[in-house]
Design a protein around this ligand. Sequence first.
Ligand code: PIF
Length: 390
Amino acid sequence: TTAMEDPSMGQTGHRAQLPCPKPEVGDLSIWSIMRKNIGKDLSKVCMPVTMNEPLNTLQRLAEELEYSELLDKAAETDNPYERMALIAAFAVSGYSSTYYRAGQKPFNPLLGETYECVREDKGFSFIAEQVSHHPPISACHCKGEKWVFWQDARLKTKFWGKSMEIIPIGTVNVSIPKYNDHYSWSKVTSCIHNIMTGQRWMDHYGEKVIKNKDITCRLMFHKASYWSTRCHDVLGSVLDKDGKEVHHLFGKWHEGLWCGHPPSAKCIWRPGSMPEEYDLYYGFTRFAVELNELTPELRMALPPTDTRFRPDQRLLEEGQVQRAQNEKVRLEQMQRLREREREEGGVVYQPRFFRRVKHEQHHDSWTFNNTYWDMRKNPGFSMTENMKLW
Ligand code: PIF
């Protein structure tokens, strides 16, 4: 069948549905896991595959680019305050996908695992790599036609019994060469409520400060509470160099962002519609559904370390839970052996596509070494030496 006739194909030319709904398996085991590991660093605990969704943290970073058209628009907006408002909308838009998504966690990538996402329709090329295992750190770099986006993501978790807080460490960056802009910000705290029982849901709160030269944007994410109607509210201001408000921003991270004051405010971003039966399919957005798709062309071009080849994640996507679990255990064991071999040989692990930059004042950061796309073209990853992760 052609893409036009096949109902599983979407209008973007990418798949419109996962191959299989989320398997019906209880996650009672979460109780015993949490109880056994109270006070421990959860990133050092092996979680059962049933707690996962069929995407990993590298793909989650690519997901933040779902509304990359905001960056395209910013890159064509001469007014620097309006540009900042669009960047702010972009920085809010990345949270909208979490609204229906609190049930599962992403796969933890293996050290050296990579993920590329080339979207000709959106005009960007994204590449991410897991650059550290303990602590888990994912680095990414994405080139649009008129902008560059990069970040390294690492998190601290705090388990409170009924809820879990995720405190991100690291900086998100966007540059727009045409205006000599460099925007940077840190992420707010996220919280998964009802970890053990009931309906899980996610909240995001705290202040996000976006800086570019002498223009600042302050965005306040309100913490949800039973007695407040300000659930998921985001309020913000674009400030000039003297701290005077030039634009007022308001909205909700799952509904949209407006610039100005009601009733004359202008909507600058609104999330897309959810696919049919999203509740049966991990709560994925249309964009999320597309991320782990493996086409014959990609199969030829990708390095074997790409997430799309990771067998346990693929098996989970196909609903084969027990086989996925067995594979997860096997891959983790292989990873431990590689680590032990490095230790015995006195080898210090070096990521393949990112370079560590040491900082005196804050956490190390990771920058793209620019080799991925050249290697992909020439000689091609079938001709290079690649890590065998599975
Ligand atoms: C394994 O990862 P898991 C552990 O790291 C384990 O220590 C390691 O063995 P080793 C294995 O090789 C790993 O595969 C644990 C942890 C990983 C993340 C970050 O996949 C995502 O088994 C954060 O999981 C989730 O998970 C954000 O960290 C949620 O993947 C939106 O921290 C967690 C638990 C988070 C629980 C979220 C609950 C949501 C319902 O011997 O090498 O050490």
